[in-house]
Design a protein around this ligand. Structure first.
Ligand SMILES: [Zn+2]
Length: 297
């Protein structure tokens, strides 16, 4: 594994992200950079701060940014804006929320102060209106099934692909670059987060099929999984395979009365033991499928 990947992974660990837990920074190794901006296409930039990622799309008429990733760290947002400013003087016109979880969307006020219009799925706004977190900017506009944002000659499609890791995930597709952004529901070569909190079964599987049906060949995730590389359709198929094998295995265990504790202790899926967070979160993933197959919810 290249050294920079090991460093990247350990940074994510240090910051509590959902990326692979297998690697550690070698003793005495220099600290990895706190943030980085990477040009992906002529118009698209990937911004990483700690263990979270967002993109911004630069057009002559302004910028479309995604998740502010500023939860409990306003410096991430000011850095995000500084990084955009290094590339273009154009204003940020839109901020698109991937879903309503705070670790991705809190801290957006500096974008709002510049006049950006905030967009999210309708269910995200419903949750946020109930939660009233003072550090979360309320969406100005909502999306139901899909919407195309057009700015400065660039099209960004927003698609709702059903319930998965939340009931309000929007995926973002740049058709000209066949580039897709998904956040949290498609970890790359990494097991799902903890007990898949706020997640929906069996809808999640349908959601993966809907993502596969879209026309793209590279996927940017909301965390730097698998050394920070972009994802492919094979990664989505592999994740679906993992979740299917987990589901089948837990279903059999549930039918033998092993849910929850015995199943969580006994079930192993060695085929995936090299995946990120396998040791840490496999029991939580099993717990979620135990609820589904052993309790019916
Ligand atoms: Zn989330």
């Amino acid at each position: 594994m290249p050294r920079r990947f090991i460093l990247g992974l350990s940074l994510v660990l240090a910051l509590g992200g959902a990326a692979p837990a297998a690697a550690q920074t070698p003793p005495g190794a220099p600290a990895p950079p706190l943030f980085a901006t990477t040009k992906i296409t002529d118009t698209v930039y990937l911004f990483r701060y700690g263990g979270h990622q967002a993109i911004f799309v630069v057009t002559p008429a302004g910028v479309i940014a995604t998740d502010p990733i500023g939860y409990l760290r306003p410096q991430a947002v000011t850095t995000y804006l500084d990084e955009i400013r290094k590339i273009t003087p154009a204003p940020v016109k839109y901020v698109v929320y991937s879903h309503h979880h705070y670790d991705h969307i809190a801290g957006g006020k500096p974008f709002k102060d510049q006049g950006a219009v905030f967009i999210a799925h309708r269910n995200a706004r419903l949750h946020l209106e109930q939660l009233k977190n003072p550090d979360v900017v309320m969406p100005d506009e909502v999306v139901d099934s899909s919407r195309v944002l057009e700015l400065g000659g660039v099209k960004l499609e927003l698609h709702y692909v059903g319930r998965n890791h939340s009931d309000n995930s929007l995926v973002m597709l740049l058709p000209s670059d066949k580039l897709l952004v998904t956040v949290d529901f498609i970890p790359i070569q990494t097991v799902q987060f903890r007990d898949m909190p706020d997640g929906f079964l069996p809808d999640w599987f349908d959601s993966l099929d809907r993502v596969l049906a879209l026309d793209w060949d590279r996927m940017i995730p909301g965390h730097p999984y698998a050394g920070g590389r972009l994802g492919t359709k094979d990664d989505v198929r592999e994740l679906k395979q993992y979740m299917t094998e987990l589901s089948d295995t837990v279903r059999a265990a549930a039918n033998q009365g092993k849910c929850f504790d015995a199943a969580m202790k006994e079930i192993k899926l060695p085929k995936y033991e090299k995946w990120g967070n396998y040791d840490q979160y496999l029991p939580g993933n099993i717990e979620r499928f135990c609820e589904y197959w052993g309790r019916g919810y």
